[in-house]
Design a protein around this ligand. Structure first.
Ligand code: SF4
Length: 67
């Protein structure tokens, strides 16, 4: 099933401090960019991921938002 809105369902806001916790916990969804800010991988399968909630919980600055 193609879901071209999936990248709108989880966002990393400007609070990210680049600690890498979300990437360590859920590297199918998150990666760090050149500025050490996390982003949601474009092709991430958010619908079927079971580590997203753990990553959200682990973020020390509540930078990951589910829409
Ligand atoms: S856990 Fe939060 S602060 Fe750390 S890299 Fe991920 S989004 Fe950024």
């Amino acid at each position: 099933m193609v879901d071209d809105r999936r990248d709108e369902e989880v966002v990393v806001n400007d609070s990210c401090i680049g600690c890498g916790a979300c990437v360590a916990i859920c590297d199918q969804i998150f990666d760090l960019n050149d500025e050490w800010k996390a982003y949601v991988i474009e092709w991430a399968d958010i619908q079927n991921c079971d580590c997203l909630d753990d990553a959200i919980w682990a973020c020390p600055v509540e930078a990951i938002e589910k829409k």
